[in-house]
Ligand binder design. Structure first.
Ligand code: CTP
Length: 449
């Protein structure tokens, strides 16, 4: 499933600030035991500033009460398709359109089947059919129901329609079985909601929608883009590791932007607290050596973007926990240099991606260091950014980047990482067209400094 947030995601939404301020979520609650988690989801969404309107199916009422949702959402709960008062106050079409995103959680096998076939036999399915907004679904059901070909067919059909999925997760189930089918945790759903809502032009619109959002340019249709993102963790012993402060936000945003531009995207992600971007195939790795292996396995590609903060060194791992010595002598950690992933990809004689893009994370002599790395790592472009503590780039939402190529430097204003990602992807798409066409090789970056 490509437009999904897989169960392996360790996604936990940012708890900083009101990341969903002003967003309007229409939450459709299906009838499963996981409906109790939808109560927590409402709380988490409201904490982040979202307005949440809840629609319950008849089956959902068997598991949770309307009063709980009213208390948590601060709004009345909708459930009746044929209510004259509701149709007078706010018709069902208006209810589905007066939202930024529709979220179905939990989505039972039966509800998925009704959605896939386009039924409109209650308020929930009517709203889903009438909407011109994106739909994110969090399935929850018994493992055998999830794995049944009928459910898988329905999920594939919804996926082809552009519906986004988060989960299901694997684990112990209320029915006593084990496997995929558990509804994702509320924070994972919040993270997927944040991703699905990010920038109207960043994500592929569900097929066939005719909303107010303009369809993004499909400038990378038919291309394969590999992106690395996040830090790597290098084990010291079974309980400790070396890491860095990379959040993965910039790399994940680039992967999402490439998918929005129509590319097939493989995102090779170190350990991050972000949801997998919809529409992207994600490989989760831990160490630099795992990341290199996953990158090489994902080739061939048209574009390789190395946004990960790969650990430069690994440690000779101790099989048992390193203990404090009675003498107080500190342990000796022997560091070995990790393979330089982007340099290896850039130096490939066969199967080198047409464009190899590195990121230069610097705290001083930004441009000079980026130029040296461009050459040393045989990249076509180096995206240089200041990662000193004062810059707020590491872990932050914004980035000020300089595009450094053999021909010059271009400085972009400080802007949201998703905007940087969208602009970078458009620049790379343009460059790829020129490289692979007959039009020669105009510069990636114009001389500005
Ligand atoms: N990189 C990589 N593999 C490594 C180290 C870095 O692929 N083992 C990539 C990063 O993904 C980035 C680029 O190389 O695209 C530059 O990373 P950076 O940390 O800025 O540079 P380093 O090569 O690590 O050099 P230094 O730490 O000395 O600045």
């Amino acid at each position: 499933m490509t437009n999904s947030v897989p169960p392996s995601s360790s996604g936990s939404s940012s708890t900083t600030g009101r990341s969903l301020a002003g967003k309007r979520i229409l939450l459709i609650v299906g009838g499963g035991i996981a409906a109790y988690k939808a109560l927590d989801l409402v709380r988490r969404l409201r904490e982040r500033g979202a307005r949440v309107r809840v629609v319950m199916t008849a089956a959902a009422r068997q598991f949770v009460t309307e009063l709980s949702f009213v208390s948590l959402s601060g709004e009345r709960v909708f459930d009746d398709l044929f209510s004259p008062t509701d149709e007078g106050a706010m018709g069902h079409i208006e209810l589905s359109r007066d939202a930024d995103l529709l979220v179905v959680a939990p989505a039972t096998a039966h509800l998925l089947a009704r959605m896939a076939r386009g039924f409109a036999d209650d308020l929930a399915t009517t709203l889903l059919l009438a909407t011109d907004k994106r739909v994110l679904v969090a399935p929850a059901m018994n493992v055998r129901m999830w794995l049944h070909p009928a459910t898988q067919r329905n999920v594939a059909a919804l996926h082809a329609d552009g519906v986004y999925f988060v989960g299901p997760a694997a684990g112990d189930m209320a029915c006593g079985e084990f496997g995929p089918g558990r509804m994702s945790e509320p924070l994972d759903i919040v993270a997927a909601i944040e991703t699905a809502l990010q920038g109207d032009t960043r994500l592929p619109l569900p097929a066939g929608l005719h909303g107010r959002t303009p369809a993004p340019a499909r400038s990378l249709a038919g291309r394969h883009v590999i992106v690395t993102s996040g830090p790597t963790h290098e084990s010291i012993d079974p309980v400790r590791y070396l890491a860095n402060r990379s959040s993965g936000k910039q790399g994940h945003a680039i992967a999402a932007a490439a998918a929005a531009a129509g590319a097939r995207v493989t995102l090779i992600a170190g350990p991050v607290a972000l949801a997998d971007p919809p529409g992207v195939e994600v490989r989760h790795v831990e160490t630099a050596r795992d990341m290199l292996e996953a990158c090489e396995a994902a080739l061939p590609a048209d574009i390789f973007v190395s946004a990960a903060a790969v650990a430069d060194w690994r440690v000779d791992v101790s099989a048992s926990k390193v203990k404090k010595q009675p003498s107080g002598a500190p342990p000796t950690l022997v560091l070995r240099e990790n393979p330089d992933i982007v340099a290896r990809i850039g130096a490939r004689k066969e199967g080198r991606p047409t464009l190899v893009v590195g990121f230069a994370a610097e705290t001083n002599d930004l441009i000079a260091n980026a130029r040296a790395k461009l050459e040393r790592k045989r990249c076509d472009l180096m995206v240089a950014n200041d990662v000193s503590v004062d810059s707020g780039v590491l872990g932050g939402e914004a980035n000020e980047v300089h595009l450094v190529s053999a021909r010059g430097v271009e400085t972009w204003p400080r802007q949201d990482k998703s905007k940087v990602a969208a602009m970078l992807i458009e620049r790379l798409a343009e460059q790829l067209r020129r490289r692979q066409g007959a039009a020669g090789e105009p510069p990636i970056a114009e001389e500005r400094q």
